[in-house]
Design a protein around this ligand. Structure first.
Ligand SMILES: [Ca+2]
Ligand SMILES: [Ca+2]
Ligand SMILES: [Ca+2]
Length: 407
């Protein structure tokens, strides 16, 4: 079946079979193992010099709430966060961040970025930062769901200047590192913690001097890492066309026995760069979803710092993230008034759905577009006449929680 899919993909590129038809065929073929739907994520590095850097957001409750509101607006349902030593020095900070993400149905993965490591070093690091932390938290919402290993030994001079045999040894050590982390988690009560990694698109190449003796040798490596990894993100960077990305990730999507995600680099935007604009990058993400359907796990954006500079944030008062400030947002506010856990209507990010959020909605009623002032808008419900509001809105299609997201 897998070979058939690969032929299908290759044939479609040559014969221009409509992408939607191909996506349907692939989705039907892979439905037994495919996730129910694709997801969006981003890497949230420490990035001390950027306001969206983890070190500048974590621990500041208002900034955390604002960031999570935007994650929901952007359709992110997992996030890879770099925590440094916070799990040891100030465990309440990642515990609170994880719980807030969990409340928003966003998976929290502990991100590590390393180029030099050994299996034992990496397992010890996961033990110190994640295993001991998770095992100390009694509230499951506060635990990490997964570890995300951005291990890139291929950027070291040892790899780049190495012989095929030396490169092969490095790839085998990477395989063994994934296995050591898996074993450490399993042996210490954390078998529920999933492992994801980042991989370049070319580890499967038989002509890149990687030391693969033959296709079976290469296939065995991918089969071996599937025993440790739940999935990986392909760093499909510096590729500007659908066919070039498909060419890079095609082997892995068709053959890896786990979740394959496609990473796009948001830093590659501008004249002469990979993407002419942020919209062009989002269009590529849409094209990849159409092409692969649910045979990929989702799209990952590198990195949150760049993404947050370019992506439109949620409109003030648009509590259901559908791009309009209208009566349905009032209904979200009304239905969660007073809540400190259901925070879609917490427009001022103070941690509670209250009167100030109502005022924010009222001020922005009718946005976007002309006639957004309260003077020209239809009558606005007042919280004082709650019963009246409930009666008046009972015939409105109320959409609470997740709104329409840009997919
Ligand atoms: Ca590849
Ligand atoms: Ca709305
Ligand atoms: Ca509030």
């Amino acid at each position: 079946m897998i070979q058939g899919l690969r032929n299908l993909a290759a044939a479609s590129l040559g014969a221009r079979i409509p992408c939607r038809l191909l996506a349907l065929l692939v989705a039907v073929s892979l439905c037994a193992r495919a996730p129910a739907q694709t997801t969006n994520s981003a890497w949230m590095w420490s990035s001390a010099s950027h306001p969206a850097g983890a070190v500048n957001v974590l621990g500041d409750k208002a900034k955390e709430r604002e960031m999570i509101a935007n994650f929901k607006h952007w359709g992110f349902d997992r996030i890879y966060t770099s925590f440094g030593t916070l799990p040891n020095s100030t465990p309440e900070v990642p515990a609170s961040w994880n719980a807030s993400l969990d409340d928003a149905n966003i998976s929290s993965q502990m991100l590590f970025g390393l180029v030099n490591f050994s299996p034992t070093q990496m397992a010890d690091l996961v033990q110190t930062r994640l295993v001991e932390f998770n095992n100390a938290r009694t509230d499951p919402r506060e635990r990490f769901d997964a570890v995300h290993l951005d291990l890139e030994p291929h950027v070291t001079s040892a790899f780049q200047n190495g012989s095929a045999a030396e490169r092969q040894a490095i790839l085998l050590e990477l395989r063994d590192t994934y296995a050591a982390v898996r074993e450490r988690l399993d042996d210490n009560g954390c078998s529920y913690v999933r492992i994801y990694s980042d991989l370049p698109v070319w580890f499967d190449n038989l002509t890149s001097n990687l030391g693969w003796a033959n296709p079976a040798d290469r296939n065995q490596w991918f089969d071996d890492i599937a025993l440790s990894l739940d999935g990986f993100s392909m760093m499909a960077y510096e590729r500007s066309t659908l066919s070039s990305i498909v060419s890079g990730v095609g082997y892995e999507v068709a053959n890896f026995d786990g979740e394959v995600r496609i990473g796009l680099n948001v830093a590659e935007i501008g004249p002469g760069d990979t993407f002419a604009s942020f919209d062009a990058l989002l269009e590529m993400a849409d094209s990849l979803r159409s092409y692969y359907g649910t045979s990929i796990g989702g799209i990952d954006f590198h990195a949150l710092t760049s993404y947050s500079e370019l992506a439109p944030v949620r409109l003030a008062g648009d509590f259901n993230s559908d791009g309009l400030v209208d009566a349905t947002d009032y209904a979200v506010w009304r239905d969660t008034r007073g809540s400190t856990t259901l925070l879609d209507a917490d427009g001022d990010f103070d941690g509670v759905v209250g009167e100030s959020d109502y005022q924010l909605w009222r001020l922005n009623y009718g946005s976007p577009g002309a006639g957004s002032s309260a003077a020209t808008a239809p009558p606005i419900p007042e919280p004082g006449s709650l019963l009246l509001c409930c009666l008046a809105l009972s015939s409105w299609p109320i959409r609470c929680g997740h709104g329409k997201l840009r997919q």
